[in-house]
Design a protein around this ligand. Structure first.
Ligand code: SF4
Length: 683
């Protein structure tokens, strides 16, 4: 059976052949454009994770098993009552980039068209909301202007805030193949990661100085005559004071001082970039998960617009997403800040979607983004929440407060494949969801290729697909005819019709001709890319058809001091995924890193009396947790790194979620996980 990997935004195609009731042979799909038959360690070992260990198999009300009818009826009744008593903004959904597009679509439709609020946000907020906001500011719409094919055509690949060798391994293999053919690789990352180790140049910048670096490069390009004035004149709106407001200038020494890198290395990068028209700048969480994430994204896009390196083969800014369906969620409006089909909440769009859905209660303004949503939950303003396929009690910043908020919430629903998580222990109702390999739908990967996920085993017990669960609740809340779906193909077709909906003289998206046809076409759907090659004609989806240069300035970087002399950074390990509910089932994956380690520079270790293997306590203003120390020169002095995966349920220490502050980028609402004030003490 042809399907797609359950993990990351690379979106690799998989051939899954059942070898027993709960086992399958997993191979890469040689015909899938994302991976051409290759798989990384996580994809390869998916077969070890499809057993029934730890699965939730029946609906639960409190500690008792319940029928679907009783559980769904209770969810619908409590949401209806809460809305009647406190209004639609007193309820919320918190969903996940693990959901399929069809699941996302019905949850979004229920909340924004029928409940009448926009309080549906997703854990993708933690992953790429700054890229979304940066795209909208620059292009007028959230469009990724690159494909993986651009990597094959690039002469220079700049990776910013990305350990692709671990986090997007199959894309990284493609990058390496291009470098073997002569392209250069520059990695910009405070840490010397496995990716940085293999780069032609690694700039180990001070965390949070990306804007200074990119603005310095932009000024260098202007002084070197590399800015494409003809492209700017034809295709880009440039504010009169743009160059003045992008503070910094091209003075190598001042940029090097701010970024804390050797000036000669900076010069090498600037000269290489200026001399290489075919450049792809690929960025990930090191850029997005920052309190200035949107500005950092726009600083990168400014460079590509100003040099005309966009809409051409091998030349583009490229946001690579973490999750398998972060892009599908963006398309259907899974973020509280968007409506559906990439539309925002202008009155015309609200009216258009309202007509299409025949919606009785359209939300008219954006809802609560994740950090604000859980803050309002803690303050008692959200009185009923439904969490689908995610574990915010571990993954949200200041996760300790999130737990307290969930414990105090009058009504918590969790639909998940897993029986017990740090989040589901607070649920009043738990709903068993079908897992990867058991459900059908579509996902959209980082370069906007839409692929099918297909069922190749029966769902166990009473597990059901998420779209079915949401549909059943919507019907019980009184909206039977608006939620008529019996299979995901029907939802897909409605999503396609809405995306291409013509009204008021506006056509939203052109769709491939096969996208909205019948069930057989849906079942047989081959991977395809939304939107062809964006911006190849130099036209952007803004009212005047021009892109926007966005003036951005480097914000002051707080110097570590007093009680908090260190800066804490968090991230992923190669063989684990999120909170390990799936990868934790594979003994082979567990072997790569058996426990959570805090990485610390030798100078800091010695100052704290820590030697390799000691237990050390990492403390921040939000909380503290124990880690085993590993003393490494790949870590900058003054900064420590811990992995995100371990939880209260999987370890006695190593709980990184307790440590970051609940602060977010003011434009995108994406939390900043990369620079939390911290201290470290030997235990
Ligand atoms: Fe799965 Fe990502 Fe690995 Fe591909 S690179 S096999 S999508 S985890």
């Amino acid at each position: 059976m042809r399907t797609t990997c359950a993990y990351c935004g690379v979106g690799c195609g998989i051939l899954a052949t059942p070898t027993g009731e709960r086992s399958a042979d997993i191979k890469g799909d040689p015909d899938h454009p994302a991976n051409a038959g290759k798989l990384c360690s996580k994809g390869t070992h998916l077969g070890e994770t499809i057993g029934l260990e730890g699965r939730l198999l029946t609906p639960m009300i409190g500690r008792r098993t319940a029928s679907w009818d009783a559980a769904l009826g209770l969810v619908a009744k409590r949401f209806r009552e809460t809305i009647a008593q406190h209004g639609p903004n007193s309820v919320a959904f918190y969903v996940s980039g693990q959901l399929l597009t069809e699941d996302y679509y019905v949850a979004n439709k229920l909340m924004k068209g029928f409940i009448g609020a926009a309080n549906i946000d997703t854990n993708s907020r933690l992953c790429m909301a700054s890229a979304v906001a940066g795209h909208i500011r620059a292009f007028g719409e959230d469009i990724v202007p690159a494909s993986y094919n651009d990597l094959d055509a690039a002469d220079l690949i700049v990776l910013v805030g990305s350990n692709a060798a671990w986090c997007h391994p199959i894309v990284y293999q493609r990058i390496r193949a291009r470098c073997d053919a002569g392209a250069k690789l520059v990695v910009i990352d405070p840490r010397r990661t496995e990716t940085a180790d293999e780069a032609d140049l690694h700039l180990s910048i001070r965390p949070g100085t990306d804007v200074a670096l990119m603005n310095g490069l932009l000024a260098w390009c202007r002084d070197a005559g590399v800015v494409d004035q003809a492209y700017l004149a034809r295709h880009v709106a440039t504010p009169d004071d743009f160059w003045d407001r992008c503070e910094g200038g091209s003075d190598l020494w001042s940029v090097a001082r701010v970024c804390d890198v050797p000036p000669q290395e900076l010069r090498r990068f600037f000269e290489l970039f200026a001399a290489t028209p075919k450049t792809v700048t690929m960025f990930s969480q090191g850029v997005n998960q920052s309190l200035a994430g949107t500005d950092q994204v726009n600083a990168i896009i400014n460079l590509h617009l100003a040099t005309g390196r966009i809409g051409k083969p091998g030349a583009a800014p490229f946001s690579i997403t973490g999750q398998p369906n972060a892009m599908g969620g963006r398309e259907v409006g899974g973020l509280a800040s968007s409506l559906a089909a990439h539309m925002d909440f202008t009155p015309a769009n609200v009216a258009r979607v309202g007509r299409f859905w025949a919606a009785p209660n359209m939300a008219t303004r954006p809802g609560l983004k994740a950090v604000d949503l859980f803050r309002e939950l803690g303050q008692g303003r959200i009185k009923a929440i439904w969490i689908m396929a995610t574990n915010p009690a571990v993954s949200m910043p200041d996760a300790g407060r999130v737990r307290e908020a969930l414990a105090d919430c009058p009504f918590v629903v969790v639909s998940d494949v897993v029986d017990t998580t740090d989040t589901s222990v607070h649920a009043h109702v738990r709903l068993p969801a079908a897992a990867w390999g058991e459900k059908d739908g579509t996902v959209t990967n980082s370069d906007r290729t839409v692929s099918r996920q297909r069922a190749f085993m029966a769902a166990p017990g009473e597990a059901r697909p998420d779209w079915w669960i949401v549909t059943q609740v919507a019907r019980r809340m009184g909206w039977k005819t608006a939620f008529p779906y019996d299979r995901p193909a029907e939802i897909w077709r409605e999503h396609c019709r809405l995306s291409a909906y013509e009204n008021d003289g506006a056509r939203l998206f052109a769709l491939p001709s096969h996208a909205a046809k019948g069930n057989a076409e849906y079942d047989a759907m081959a991977p395809f890319r939304w939107g062809g090659t964006p911006f190849s004609d130099g036209r952007f989806p803004t009212p005047d058809g021009r892109a926007r240069l966005i003036p951005v300035a480097q914000k002051p970087v707080a110097a570590p001091l007093g009680k908090w002399p260190m800066t804490l950074n968090t991230g992923r390990y190669r063989d684990h995924w999120h909170t390990m509910t799936r990868t934790g089932l594979s003994p082979k994956l567990a072997r790569h890193r058996e426990e959570p380690l805090v990485e610390i520079h030798p100078d800091d270790a010695s100052a704290c009396g820590i030697v390799d293997g000691n237990l050390a306590r990492v403390t921040t203003p939000q909380g503290s947790s124990l880690f085993r120390a590993t003393v490494v020169t790949s870590q900058r002095a003054g900064e420590v790194f811990v992995p995100i995966h371990w939880t209260d349920r999987t370890a006695t220490g190593g709980r990184a979620g307790r440590l970051p502050r609940p602060l977010a980028d003011p434009v995108s609402g994406q939390p900043g996980f990369k620079s939390t004030p911290a201290r470290i003490d030997r235990v």
